[in-house]
Design a protein around this ligand. Sequence first.
Ligand SMILES: Cc1cc2nc3c(=O)[nH]c(=O)nc-3n(C[C@H](O)[C@H](O)[C@H](O)COP(=O)(O)OP(=O)(O)OC[C@H]3O[C@@H](n4cnc5c(N)ncnc54)[C@H](O)[C@@H]3O)c2cc1C
Length: 464
Amino acid sequence: MSPPSSNSLWMEQLQHIAPAPPLAGDTAADVVIVGAGFTGLWTAYYLKQRAPQLDIVVLEAHSAGHGASGRNGGWVIGELAGEERLLAGLAPAARDASLALLRDIPAEVGRVLAKEGLDCDFRHGGVLYCAARYPEQAGWLRQQLAHWHAHGHGEQDFAWLEPAALQQQLRLAQPYGAVFSPHVATIQPARLVRALARRVQELGVRLYEHSAVRAIRRHEAETAHGRVRANWVLPALEAYSAGVAGVRGQQIAVQSMLIATEPLPQQLWDQIGLAHGQAFSEWSRLVSYGQRTRDNRLVFGARGGYRFRGRLRTPFVLTAAEIAMRRQLMLELFPMLAPARITHAWGGNLGVARGFAPQIVVDAANGVICAGGYGGEGVGASNLAARCMAALICGSSDDVLQIPWLTTPAQLRQWEPEPLRWLGYNAILRSFDWEDRVLRNAHSPGWQRRLAQQLARRMAGLMQ
Ligand SMILES: Cc1cc2nc3c(=O)[nH]c(=O)nc-3n(C[C@H](O)[C@H](O)[C@H](O)COP(=O)(O)OP(=O)(O)OC[C@H]3O[C@@H](n4cnc5c(N)ncnc54)[C@H](O)[C@@H]3O)c2cc1C
């Protein structure tokens, strides 16, 4: 049997389109955006909605969607990674208003897609956070649910499902219960990023592909074949910031990986469920998650990695062991998939900021604004970040600006130097992995189960 393709399933499903031309020579614009992923293209889109007269250039090193935006799990999440900490300092009314903005992200994406007639398999089917491999997960989920309910959310936002109710939506091998939330939608991400690229070009944005920026300076982005001078420079590079002078160090690259099955027959989907576009995840510190695609595959993501000094992993070809580990996790949830072929296994680089929450770094003196560090939750967050950046550039006092994620270069928290970073990452991950192994073994004694959880909790506390 041939090994799985190492291309992103999503990118492979796209029809070939002619690339945009590279930048050739110097030019000037009102705004230059560096990187044609969700952050860059949503920002170009919202800027054009607010100020159609703006002259906007987008510079992309490869082709639109080459980065995480064309490779992710396709969850549009109505939350921000680390949002509890991010919103903690707000007064109750401001906090509620911020949460409402966050929960509305999937609906906002749906509204734009409908308005613009963009097709990217968008389904607003909500999400099932499942206790699916060991009983402790049900306890953790119930605690999280109590927390959500104590902090302004109701049953309509997060609701407990007993195993029998869960089974009506998703049939897992070991169902211990789940939380259902409507605040997640799923998409085919490469279709969205390419549709956005096409749409902003129609709106007059100048997109240059195969135009790698090597330095970002005051009011300027420089490639090997020309420079763009602009009032505002917007690096929209997430993990790839490491490769560009001027924004290096604001976020570090970590890796995340996915597999996809062949299209599955209806009879298997009758056994699994997910009939209404629900996303699902397994509630552990080493999350695994997935979605059912329009052509009836299961896309399943789990675990990741960090490379010494935050090096990017590119090209990204999973090893046989990396694929086997993810397939094994998938089979623990869905044993009926044992005969299904894995046709694709791929990965991507995403960005994490030191505060483990996304940020928008505003360097007004030099005309540079940089959003990112979404920590694996950037599909929806990039849409909100784009609306914030568009409001900032247009000088409007929009509601979106109340999210307290604006910062300045001087306030940025720096990552620890190597080898501390690498050692810290691996120590934390090992504690999570040990906890997972202890808990999934039904014969682990009670003292060991408690110890493993205590240790992992403490290590998680370091991620602040
Ligand atoms: C495997 C995986 C699964 C994920 N799953 C989810 C999920 O289900 N839900 C979710 O919310 N988030 C998920 N994420 C995170 C999410 O995909 C990212 O946070 C988001 O796509 C970031 O978008 P971006 O536009 O900021 O960056 P990117 O999409 O990475 O775009 C950066 C762009 O910059 C370009 N570039 C790089 N260097 C240069 C240069 N020198 N000059 C010009 N251009 C350059 C790149 O080619 C790329 O196109 C996942 C990420 C990965 C990797």
